[in-house]
Write a protein that binds this ligand. Structure first.
Ligand code: PMT
Length: 402
């Protein structure tokens, strides 16, 4: 579920440092990309080798990586790399440095450079935890937006019983997972997405296709998965790959194959997003052998392909939400609304080849949403991934009003 998320784990000098090995493992199991920064004191409790093996990345400890060459550890890059920085365990000493900004080690310097959310999981003996300076430091950090994962109560390394045990690694990993999923209305929803071009065979080596790169379908799939949805991406040939390994990717070539794949699951889906550039026609017969070149012209008879989105609209249940795309070159809005009505859509994403940087292949797109009651929402040219966020946000807003 944390696929594509970069988590920086800080480890400080506390007996609970042994738990960081389990914690890193949990994050890796959730598919996060993990890097570890340790204080020197932490290395007394757990070996950097353990954490680098589990995180699959070198562990950062000192400012200077290599005395001979003077190669340094760029704490600024490390801080900016992370989507979330969690210091687990956080010792009382580190806690006070986080407040004072005393950057006498790499971990604190990294903390001062980080722009992402920072979480801490304190671990110390019960009286240290109760001490006014600890409470004061925690209050200051909370006030500054640092998320404190309260320690739990139980037997402590000192033999005493009380509050001060670092929260269990699985619990913290789940909290991080929940944080990234947020309270999306897509959690648990099954979403089918079509993407890419279709290739309609003329013979074993030739086909009729189009310029769709498949990026849009892949980005849509990742955005939905990021928000906790169960995603099936049915895509034509593409070089783009989904990041989230939980996405079911069904690779097809032709429109007929795409329709079969959609028909199999549409009834069980909550949402359909049809971004594929499906060929409207296919050769009536695909030659079994390569067609030989001759001096004569060649005529290929084309027959109509099934309209997959139209089929999904006709079989749509009252609680299903359907999104279509339209790529137009003229009378965009008028033609778009015709498709919106005919295909029984909840949302139509219109893009025009007239707009520079929009449509096929580019990493950007400029879209207009067409909705019920002739509502039109126009957007600026944006990165395709930002366009997908707009689309999925729109779906979430509509679902919240149901
Ligand atoms: O893949 P990229 O390079 O990122 O490019 C993205 C895109 C330009 C392909 C995408 O943004 C887009 O516009 N997709 C729809 C292109 C298209 O075929 O539009 P259309 O107006 O012909 O089709 C309208 C809708 O019906 C689309 O949702 C399409 O998926 C669907 N359709 C069309 C024909 C058909 N036989 N079956 C369908 O399901």
């Amino acid at each position: 579920m944390l696929s594509g998320k970069k988590i920086l784990v800080g480890v400080t000098g506390s007996i609970a440092a042994y738990k960081s090995a389990y914690f890193v493992r949990e994050l890796i199991k959730l598919d996060a990309e993990v890097k570890v920064v340790m204080t020197e004191a932490a290395c007394e409790f757990i070996s950097p080798l353990t954490l680098s093996t589990l995180s699959k990345n070198p562990v950062a400890i000192e400012f200077i990586k290599d005395e001979e060459t003077g190669e340094w550890q760029n704490h600024v890059d490390l801080g900016l790399w992370a989507d979330l920085f969690i210091i687990a365990p956080t010792s009382a000493n580190t806690l006070s440095k986080l407040v004072s900004g005393n950057a006498d080690n790499l971990l604190i310097a990294t903390y001062l450079s980080a722009k992402c959310p920072v979480w801490i999981a304190p671990a110390m003996d019960l009286d240290m935890f109760k001490h006014f300076s600890t409470r004061d430091n925690l209050e200051k950090l909370t006030h500054e937006g640092v998320n404190v994962i309260e320690p739990t109560s139980g037997e402590l390394a000192s033999g005493l019983d009380g509050k001060g045990r670092m929260e269990e690694p699985e619990v913290i990993a789940d909290l991080i997972n929940d944080f990234f999923i947020g309270d999306s209305l897509l959690i648990g929803k099954h979403i089918v997405i079509t993407g890419g071009p279709t290739y309609e065979a003329i013979d074993p080596v030739r086909f009729i296709g189009n310029h769709s790169s498949g990026k849009t379908g892949v980005l849509l799939a990742d955005e939905c998965a990021k928000r906790g949805a169960k995603v099936t991406l049915i895509t034509g040939p593409t070089n783009s790959q989904v990041i989230d390994k939980n996405i079911e990717v069904v690779q097809i070539k032709s429109a007929v194959e795409m329709k079969t794949a959609v028909e199999e699951i549409w009834n069980n889906c909550d949402i359909g997003i049809f971004s594929a550039a499906v060929a409207d026609y296919r050769p009536k017969l695909a030659a079994e052998e390569k067609i030989k070149k001759s001096d004569k012209n060649l005529t290929i008879e084309l027959v109509k392909n099934p309209d997959i989105l139209l089929w999904a609209g006709e079989h749509k249940k009252a609680d299903q939400y359907l999104v279509g795309f339209a790529l137009e070159t003229e009378n965009e809005i008028e033609n778009g609304f015709k498709k919106f009505e005919k295909k029984k859509l909840n949302l139509l994403v219109l893009n025009s080849l007239k707009d520079k940087g929009a449509g096929f292949g580019h990493d950007t797109n400029k879209v207009t949403f067409l909705k019920e009651d002739n509502k039109i929402v126009e957007f600026e040219l944006k990165d395709k991934s930002a366009v997908m966020v707009d689309i999925i946000n729109e779906i979430e807003v509509d679902l919240s009003q149901e």
